[in-house]
Design a protein. Structure first.
Length: 450
């Protein structure tokens, strides 16, 4: 049962379109996945998934809900990210290019961050931040699963980051926490948690987050503000208030014929340009409700610099391991967190005082007389001197994802692949491949997910 006050407002706003909007709640929702070009430029298209393209995202596809692609080993290999189709729009509007410094300020669970990382193609820096610690851990896990090496995952308040990184980023995404009206068809909790007071509370919080984000955008940069709500107070209202207080920002018009224009007539005293914002309606396209505004800051495009984290050469144990298995590495230098060794991109900002969950690519544990590789390095790799490849439907892959040892003739550390895509490490003795799939992930891959 949808909230009565919500329905009354939507009927008033939509007028003749309201019956079609209301009828959309009785239709099956559309589900999507987005292929990960960091994993492969030619992803396999499993025929059982029933894929059709998402028009506004080149790597996006609708899939048949009966397919349950989250249970496929390709999901664990980071080949794709399950993402609601409308949610693919904001990151695409940000116009990210390789080499940029990009901030995803409200990033969990990671759909938009992993989309931004795909656009960077391993070059530049992605800072993915989430204020809630538990959600930040989920974000870090998804960054790892999709093989992203140039991301810094943080658990910070936006205001603290604004003080630390003034004018530092070329692109900023603010997918703001909202009242969730656009998710009513998808999530029952969004319905039960909704109230008019929640809408007002969200609008105030969104404005504060947007102001913090603006401080971190360089002159000439682009910021996308997005929500998954229909409420004008949280959408055009927040953007209008922001524009009046930040005269060096304006709304950029974008070519997005799939989306409806924003509605300046739904807020009092609207700032110029609100009709160039975007609304995604569930009765007009195959997706849930979303809003996005592309904001540009006037200026010369010169980003401010900040102190960089000192990086070190690759330690001998890790270098020997990489040489023996003919493993590649992303560009950058090393950071040590106790025994944990990470490889971070050059120019990584200084980390002192920040709550860091992930800094670049975790390579492994440098123990006293040995090196033990990390799962993250396996997922980033395309190949190794010693590999063991299995079909996605094989018993061996099913056993591996359950944490079991599997038969195999390889010796020593070996990259296990599924359909040619890296999935994790095994260690062989010539007859058996000992399982090194992380224990924390095994229950997610044994038929209990999605």
């Amino acid at each position: 049962m949808l909230p009565a006050a919500f329905l009354t407002r939507m009927e008033r706003l939509l007028g003749p379109e309201y019956p079609a909007f209301l009828a959309s709640y009785d239709l099956p929702r559309h589900v999507g996945l987005r292929f990960n070009p960091l994993k492969t430029d030619a992803p396999p298209a499993p025929p059982t998934f029933g894929l059709t393209p998402v028009p506004w995202e080149p790597n996006g596809c609708f899939y048949d809900p009966a397919a349950r692609p989250g249970l496929s080993p390709f999901h664990e290999a980071g080949l794709y990210y399950l993402q609601e189709p409308s949610a693919m729009a904001p990151a695409g509007l940000l116009d990210v290019r390789p080499g940029m410094r990009v901030l995803d300020l409200c990033a969990a669970p990671g759909g938009k961050s992993t989309q931004l990382a795909a656009a960077l193609r391993g070059r530049g820096l992605l800072v993915s931040n989430e204020i809630h610690p538990k959600r930040a851990k989920i974000l870090a896990r998804n960054v790892e699963r999709l093989g992203i090496a140039n991301a810094l995952v943080l658990n910070e308040h936006p205001q603290r980051l604004a003080q630390r990184f003034p004018g530092y980023f070329h692109r900023v995404l603010v997918d703001a926490p909202c009242s969730g009206e656009g998710m009513f068809r998808k999530e029952e909790a969004a319905v039960t948690d909704w109230s008019e007071e929640t809408v007002a509370m969200c609008a105030g919080r969104q404005y504060e987050i947007l102001c913090s984000a603006a401080e971190m955008l360089c002159p000439g940069g682009r910021l996308v503000y997005s929500t998954c709500t229909f409420a004008p107070q949280e959408n055009e209202g927040v953007v209008s208030r922001f524009l009046k207080a930040h005269l060096d920002f304006s709304v950029a018009a974008v070519e997005a014929p799939w989306f409806a224009p924003g509605r300046p007539d739904w807020v009092d005293d609207p700032a110029p340009g609100l009709s160039s914002t975007c609304r995604l309606w569930p009765h007009r396209l195959r997706g849930e409700g979303h809003f996005a505004a592309v904001l540009e800051r006037r200026g010369d495009g010169q980003a401010q610099e900040t102190a960089a984290e000192p990086l070190s050469p690759l330690p001998r144990a890790a270098a020997d391991f990489a040489r023996d298995l003919a493993l590649s590495l992303p560009e950058g230098g090393c950071l040590s967190f106790g025994e944990t060794l990470c490889l971070a991109p050059e120019g990584l900002p200084a980390l002192r005082g920040l709550k860091v969950l992930r800094a670049g690519l975790e390579l492994g544990q440098a123990k006293k007389n040995r090196f033990e590789p990390a799962h993250a390095w396996a997922l980033w790799l395309k190949t190794a001197a010693s590999t063991a490849d299995f079909d996605p439907d094989s018993r061996e892959i099913a056993a591996y994802l359950r944490g079991e040892a599997i038969p195999g003739a390889a010796r020593g550390w070996t990259l296990l692949t599924v359909g040619g895509l890296s999935l994790g490490w095994v260690k062989g003795d010539g007859q058996t491949l000992k399982n090194h799939f992380p224990k924390a992930l095994r229950h997610l891959s044994s038929g209990e997910k999605l």
